[in-house]
Design a protein around this ligand. Structure first.
Ligand code: GLU
Length: 589
């Protein structure tokens, strides 16, 4: 869940500064603390600079040098303190280690090392790695020592090791993401591409079970178990530097909300082959199961409604609750797994188990080169580009568009679906106007001191409401709860008092009258009713009008929630790009 960065043969000889800049691009992955280890030009000792807190505007005064590694932490073992920040050193301070994951057997390893006389400076699981390497290097090369150490760790991990003596950076991967950037004579490592996109878009996504050794003169990849050298081919990504910059917006979140003017339409040009393959399988009586975590699970639920409209029955499970049902997924199952990062641990676990049972795996994923992509039989890439803000917006709507198009393609109506997406994109450009923003800021300002916000929706607007509430919670820490409109009278309505803010999400569909009747029930209890819909109604005290797009009306309805969350967050003094306690890709169980 952390951010990893490394540079070897930094052309500017300012490896610490390059690393600091790279880490700033990865801060969304963890912001408990940050740290850098550098081999200075005199090569005498490894220099370390580490601090708790967000990297934000931080500076480092490490000396010049051309090799450095760096880390932003999302603590799992050991409190958020300076001493627990990565990198961690061995006793002799010859080896520095940064780590993403959990060393599940660290207690046992630590007690063995204690017996051998090693002294620990932190409470982390990570530090054992540096000390094991210190032991192993006594009898073998740095490569062999690192690989063998990594093989002795239980759990999903990625590590990067800096060795002072040989001026080498060695990284190993099993379950946590790592990508190598091949620049012009200089080399990079990152948990994600935006970290080094400024220098290169030529990359190699490290596979599980691979280790990479980087020296000034080049890189080498080995199989971690057999030690054999692996020939690899790099790929050039079509991502541009602007994709990973704020582009004049005050926050990535706001930029990414606006990016949706383009990204949703871009999604419509992708995946024709994948759609055709899946449609064929559906004709052979495959059944669809949709899964994901958090927003991706709401996307899965919305997908269920899209497929139902096409006459296709599907099942939906949150990936973290799929295991009791895993044996119901067999050879004739298409498991559609949705994830922004493709590294979500709960989703990966479910996918691996379903694969074992013979299910065909379809990945709906935004990031490139992810574990999920590799595990899948069919990849539907959503193409929203790098999403930096922790709160998902553009990746979510592109995932949703992908499911919509798949449901259309399954009944031979892909072109029709694409036309609808085009219309959606056009209407979104009009919706995202200064008038809307002014309106939303006004509404957000009136809600800043509320304790609870309720949201209702029916049919497609039910999952849309769940996502709407999630955006408000994540970005502003305000308690927002969404319910299926029909559930209200079965319990929830008891929470409504005079002035309780209630958003009512609606479309011009079969559910319209019923959702308005639920709105009337809320109003009768004194609720303040704010409609988010293509129409006004006497049940609404206020309305935020969204374009009338049939099933696709949920896109603008959700985007209103994204913006509202953003302005509520700003008003309440939260950092919209980095909500407390969250990290972008949840690579732990
Ligand atoms: N388990 C390690 C720690 O708590 C690494 C956490 C991370 O991936 O950031 O320091």
């Amino acid at each position: 869940m952390c951010g990893i960065f490394a540079v070897v043969n930094d052309k500017t000889n300012q490896a610490a500064q390059t690393t600091l800049e790279g880490l700033k691009k990865l801060e969304y992955r963890g912001y408990d603390s940050w740290g850098i280890a550098l081999i200075p030009n005199n090569k005498k000792t490894i220099k370390v600079d580490k601090h708790i807190g967000k990297i934000g505007q931080a500076k480092t005064y490490l000396p010049t040098g051309s090799i450095a590694i760096g880390h932003t932490r999302w603590a799992t073992h050991g409190g958020v303190t300076d001493k627990n920040a990565h990198p961690h050193l061995d006793c002799k301070k010859e080896i520095a280690v940064i780590h993403n994951g959990i060393v599940e057997n660290y207690k046992e390893l630590k007690s063995q090392l204690n017996k051998k006389g090693h002294t620990f400076r932190s409470d982390t699981d990570t530090e054992v790695i540096a000390h094991i390497i210190e032991e192993k290097i006594k009898t073998r090369s740095i490569n062999e020592a690192v690989f063998s150490t990594f093989n002795s760790l239980a759990g999903s991990n990625a590590i990067v090791v800096l060795d002072r003596k040989t001026g080498t950076v060695i990284a190993c991967r099993n379950g946590s993401p790592l990508v190598v950037g091949l620049g012009d004579g200089q080399f990079f490592l990152g948990s994600d591409v935006p970290a080094f996109l400024k220098y290169t878009n030529r990359v190699h996504f490290l596979n599980d079970g691979e280790g990479v050794t980087i020296r000034n003169n080049g890189i080498k990849i080995n199989n971690l178990k057999s030690g054999k050298t692996i020939t690899f081919s790099s790929q050039v990504l079509d991502w541009k530097l602007e994709d990973a910059e704020k582009g004049g917006y005050p926050h990535f979140l706001l930029k990414e909300i606006y990016d949706q003017k383009i990204t949703i339409e871009k999604t419509a040009s992708l995946n024709a082959d994948g759609f055709a393959k899946i449609s064929q399988m559906l004709n052979q009586n495959y059944k669809i199961v949709l899964t994901g975590c958090g927003s991706a699970s709401y996307c899965a639920l919305a997908g269920k409604y899209f497929f139902a409209a096409a006459g296709i029955d599907t099942q939906v499970y949150a990936a973290n609750e799929l295991m009791p049902f895993i044996n119901l997924l067999g050879k004739k199952t298409l498991l559609i797994a949705i994830s922004q990062s493709g590294e979500t641990a709960d989703t990966i676990i479910a996918v691996k188990a379903a694969k074992k049972n013979g299910a065909t795996i379809v990945a709906v994923v935004n990031a490139k080169g992810s574990t999920l992509e590799r595990l899948s039989d069919i990849v539907l890439s959503v193409g929203a580009g790098p999403e930096i803000a922790v709160v998902s917006t553009k990746a979510f709507t592109s995932q949703l568009a992908t499911l919509y198009l798949l449901s259309k393609s399954a009944v031979g109506k892909l072109e029709h679906g694409k036309m609808n997406i085009k219309k959606l994109s056009h209407d979104l450009k009009n919706l995202l106007s200064p008038t809307l923003i002014k309106r939303l800021i006004k509404i957000a300002t009136s809600l800043l001191d509320q304790e609870h916000i309720f949201i209702i929706g029916k049919h497609l607007n039910y999952p849309a409401g769940l996502e709407f509430a999630m955006k408000i919670k994540e970005t502003s820490y305000l308690h927002a709860e969404s319910f299926a409109a029909g559930e209200l009278k079965h319990g929830v309505i008891t929470l409504i008092q005079k002035g309780t803010p209630c958003f009512v999400l609606a479309s011009t569909d079969d559910a319209k009258d019923e959702v308005l009747s639920s709105a009337a029930q809320l109003k009768a209890r004194g609720g303040r009713i704010i409609g988010v819909a293509p129409f006004n109604s006497r049940e609404f005290d206020e309305v935020i009008k969204t374009p009338d797009l049939g099933d696709l009306t949920i896109f603008p309805n959700i985007i209103v929630g994204q913006l509202l969350g953003y302005y509520l967050g700003i008003g309440r003094g939260a950092d919209p790009d980095k909500p407390r306690n969250l990290a972008k890709s949840v690579t732990v169980k």
